[in-house]
Write a protein that binds this ligand. Structure first.
Ligand SMILES: [Zn+2]
Ligand SMILES: [Zn+2]
Length: 193
């Protein structure tokens, strides 16, 4: 079993974040085995990870007209633009063998797909730790009805936003490919930390 926070923004990489790598390292709950950094429009890994005992994976958060999409298992990122169509972003991710996860589909504080989530080929739906229970329930309902797994992430931009939700993978995860495969095989789910 592996537990990962699948949605974290780091300082200097996402302009909206105050969370440094040091803060993350010092404050991450022991419940987590790894983290996945998902900065906006940015995929490149940190040049140097001084915290060798913390496993770090990388995805990206991409915006489109309807809301935000989390991409995992991709090599290339689209240039930053405001008005991508959802199907184009999802196709871009799929063509690279990656998975598209609908970030915070129901939300009062982000751009979210709302009921449009049902119309797209997502591999998973996020339970976003920055939101209230009622939004989690709607996201879960969509995941159940679409027969795709939920993924949990804190969407942390600061220390106090850490350690809310994570994703529990049934098998050990050692690479981003393992994450992609596990989600495709529906071998994961969001858990409260
Ligand atoms: Zn977002
Ligand atoms: Zn985010």
């Amino acid at each position: 079993m592996t537990v990962i926070d699948m949605h974290i923004h780091l300082k200097y990489r996402s302009s909206c974040s105050n969370l440094s790598m040091y803060d993350l390292y010092c404050n991450l709950s022991v419940s987590f085995n790894a983290v996945c950094i998902t900065d906006h429009w940015k995929l490149a890994p940190l040049k140097y990870n001084p915290y060798q005992d913390l496993k770090i994976f990388y995805g990206a958060e991409i915006s489109c007209k309807l809301g935000d999409i989390l991409a995992y298992g991709i090599k290339y990122i689209l240039p930053k633009k405001k008005n991508y169509d959802a199907e184009n972003v999802i196709e871009f991710i799929h063509k690279q063998g990656g998975i598209a996860v609908c970030a915070h589909p129901y939300t009062n504080r982000h751009e979210g797909f709302g009921d449009y989530v049902y119309e797209y080929e997502f591999e998973g739906i996020e339970i976003n730790g920055s939101l209230d229970e009622k939004y989690h329930r709607l996201a879960e309902k969509a995941a159940n009805s679409m027969d795709i797994p939920t993924l949990g992430g804190s969407d942390a931009h600061s220390i106090r936003q850490l350690n809310t939700f994570g994703t529990k993978f049934e098998k050990p995860i050692n690479s981003i490919k393992d994450i992609v495969d596990a989600v495709k095989n529906k071998e994961c789910k969001a858990i409260k930390i």
